[in-house]
Design a protein around this ligand. Structure first.
Ligand code: HEC
Ligand code: HEC
Length: 473
């Protein structure tokens, strides 16, 4: 053997001994807790500290606050959109006659404007009841949201002139809409492109001080990934926000993302942020709506047994002592459409932008942690949250739990009264192909309805009992 080689071998041997020695004598600082056994392909997500706040003040800020601080001058808004006398949010003043999806407020320069709010996406009527926190599943994002800007520009110029204080109060809203609208067009009515909205707005912000940059500084993915807006009442159980579980750390920093549409820079962000501990407290105070008809208890008890055997290891248990395991399920195990879990919030360029930005710095920081896969969500009030899966590709629970019966092309009326309380979900018709924007086409990228096949092994009787049980969780 060549001497040089021999020396290396001795060195290697020495290193190995050192290693073995090190391993043997390393006093393990954290005793390994055998704990509950997580199902294969899943990882628990740890909780992070949250700020505490006041739910009442949170509600007030949510429905009246200026977190989107630029918008349409109020006289023009009223001319275009008209008045909404229903006052579903129980607001006072100008807001008493404005749609729940908008808020009248004073822009930074004192001009009265009307701006979009969180309820654009996070409230909806269902069977005649207005449900705060229910994801909006009827909105139409198949059109370019910036198309109205031409008309608004003309109206503001004719009414007030340009420049004018009204134009100034409108301009940040205009800028945000022009930058995002053309990139947010979905293939079907009822799905939501907000993941991409956040990514576009982030691309237009300098990470350190959140000031606007007209040229995007990070990539804007070409695809518009559809999502079904999750219900707010689930958040109190979750250790991570969003379908892919990427939202970690301080939740308030994620809740205020809408402000990226219009804020000036981080000085405004700092003021807005002080209110979001209260908004979080309000969201955490929400309870799911109760299933509106009697539930057959004998069948529900039978269904609970099925749930214990097939579902609770991922989705947890329900009732007074309910436990929720907060599991992230890897892509291979869940098998649902993979596009969302690798795009937008889950793209590494966004993770970098966010964690290095104003949001990701300081003592109460948000953190994006993109690990792939999807969180097994809590199922509280699941009867009300159709369509199912993160992209809303499955119309009801009966077909969710029997994957071969899921329709490839399906269509609903988009009337919030057309709800099927037995199959639990939207009434729908099966279509031979995609004929219009109302047809959900599950063959499109991001719109797939495969995966989550855990109900397929059940008998028809077990599945029916399981659905009855799920009505009451
Ligand atoms: C344009 C639509 C839209 C608007 C406006 C909007 N959201 Fe959302 N929101 C979404 C979508 C879509 C998701 C799901 C994204 C995902 O999980 O990938 C979401 C997720 C959330 C979640 C996480 C829920 C969970 O269980 O993980 C919370 C909480 C939330 N939004 C609060 C707010 C608040 C507060 C506002 C207003 C300041 C707001 N949103 C404005 C569309 C919107
Ligand atoms: C291995 C873990 C796992 C098991 C087992 C499991 N699920 Fe899920 N479930 C998930 C994940 C992850 C999602 C989210 C997938 C997505 O949106 O792409 C989900 C989504 C759902 C949804 C859709 C929620 C919504 O609002 O869109 C329902 C309903 C559901 N599961 C019910 C069940 C039932 C009932 C069973 C038992 C037959 C079951 N699951 C078994 C992991 C699991």
């Amino acid at each position: 053997m060549l001497p040089m080689f021999k020396n290396r071998l001795i060195l290697l041997f020495g290193l190995l001994i050192l290693l073995v020695f090190a391993c043997k004598h390393d006093p393990s600082p954290i005793p390994i807790d055998p704990g509950p056994q997580w199902p294969a392909g899943t990882t628990p997500i740890a909780a992070s500290d949250q700020r505490t706040g006041d739910a009442g003040q949170g509600y007030d800020y949510l429905v009246n606050g200026n977190y989107v601080g630029s918008g349409i001058p109020i006289a023009i808004y009223r001319t275009v959109y008209g008045d909404d006398p229903a006052n579903l949010l129980g607001r006072t003043g100008d807001n008493a006659t404005i749609s729940p999806a908008f808020t009248a407020l004073d822009a930074a320069n004192g001009v009265r404007v009307v701006a979009p709010n969180c309820m654009q996406c996070h409230a909806q009527e269902l069977r005649g009841e207005f449900v705060m926190g229910l994801g909006n599943t009827v909105e139409d994002y198949t059109v370019d949201g910036s198309a109205l800007i031409g008309g608004l520009d003309a109206a503001v110029t004719v009414f007030y002139g340009n420049p004018s204080p009204e134009w100034t109060a409108y301009s940040a809203f205009r800028r945000g809409l022009l930058a995002s609208g053309p990139h947010l067009i979905t293939e079907t009515v009822g799905v939501n492109p907000a993941d991409k909205l956040a990514v576009i707005l982030a691309a237009h912000r300098n990470p350190e001080d959140l000031s606007w940059r007209s040229t995007p500084g990070t990539p804007i993915p070409p695809e518009v990934v559809p999502t079904d807006v999750p219900a707010w009442w689930l958040l109190k159980k979750k250790n991570a926000m969003f379908y892919s579980g990427v939202g970690r750390g301080d939740f308030g920093k994620f809740l205020m993302a809408s402000s990226l549409l219009t804020m000036s820079d981080s000085s405004e962000a700092r003021e807005i942020d002080t209110h979001f501990k209260d908004v979080l407290a309000y969201i955490n105070s929400l309870e799911p709506p109760v299933y509106p008809e009697p539930i057959d208890q004998t069948l529900a008890d039978k269904g609970e047994k099925v749930f214990e055997a097939h579902c609770e290891k991922c989705h947890g248990t329900y009732g007074p002592d309910g436990q929720y395991p907060n599991l992230l399920v890897d892509q291979k195990t869940i098998g649902t459409d993979s596009v969302l879990a690798s795009s937008n919030f889950s793209a590494h360029f966004f993770e970098d932008w966010y964690n290095n930005s104003w949001f990701g710095q300081g003592p109460e920081k948000g953190q994006v942690v993109a690990e792939g896969g999807y969180v097994a969500p809590p199922l509280d009030g699941v009867w009300a949250t159709a369509p199912y899966l993160h992209n809303g590709s499955v119309p009801d629970l009966m077909t969710l739990l029997n994957s071969p019966t899921r329709p490839t092309y399906w269509k609903r009326s988009f009337s919030t009264d057309d709800y099927d309380l037995d199959a639990v979900g939207w009434k729908y018709t099966v279509e031979p192909s995609k004929t219009d924007k109302q047809t959900y086409d599950t063959t499109l990228p991001g719109y797939g309805n495969g995966g989550h096949v855990f109900g397929d092994v059940l008998s028809e009787g077990e599945r029916e009992a399981l659905v009855v049980y799920l009505k009451g969780v």
